[in-house]
Design a protein around this ligand. Sequence first.
Ligand SMILES: N[C@@H](CCC(=O)N[C@@H](CS)C(=O)NCC(=O)O)C(=O)O
Length: 211
Amino acid sequence: MINLYTWATPNGRKISIMLEELGLDYAVSPVDLGKREQFSAHFSAISPNHKIPAIVDTSPDSDAVVIFESGAILTYLAEKHGQLLAPQGQARYSAFEWLHWQTSALGPMLGQLGFFAVRSEEKSALAIARFTEEADRLLSVMEKQLSIHAYLAGADYSIADIACYPWVLAATPYLNDVLEQSLATKPALHRWLQLVGERPAVKRGMAVPTL
Ligand SMILES: N[C@@H](CCC(=O)N[C@@H](CS)C(=O)NCC(=O)O)C(=O)O
């Protein structure tokens, strides 16, 4: 059985989508970030960076595994089950490119933009301009890729799409004030959002955790 430590955020939902896509039985342990449960002794032993998502896999078919960082978890699950990641060649490494691009660039930039433009009481024009510009640049990179290929890593849906989808979906309403113009000029991105969003496993994964 896999135990998923998660919360109602884009990073957490990447993993519930993946588990739903694979059709695995899993338990959900909500980590209430508002109550600072990410700093509890129990969770710190699983995720020393104090962030969700993390998994503990005690399935009888392999040795017990504990993993934090969404990119590592997606790679582990894809390799273990031989799905959603090409076994070799360009498609495999394209999936890794976009997966790492998401965790190192798209996620952090949209996260910082959300902090400065929405959550922070003090509004810094310089910070908002900087992160809006960078978020727009990244979304344009994605738009270009998706205007050439059906999915981020090429012709097939992969862990790269799973990593990016909850972030782009969240940005469309949450960051609409600052990204409206950017999002309005990205038809391929909207095509992809709809294509990925209509998958039954994605719908189920986006509803985890139930609060
Ligand atoms: N690079 C990490 C980022 C994880 C992350 O930022 N998680 C957020 C929720 S979306 C979190 O746990 N925040 C708690 C905190 O910052 O205290 C990943 O991809 O797993």
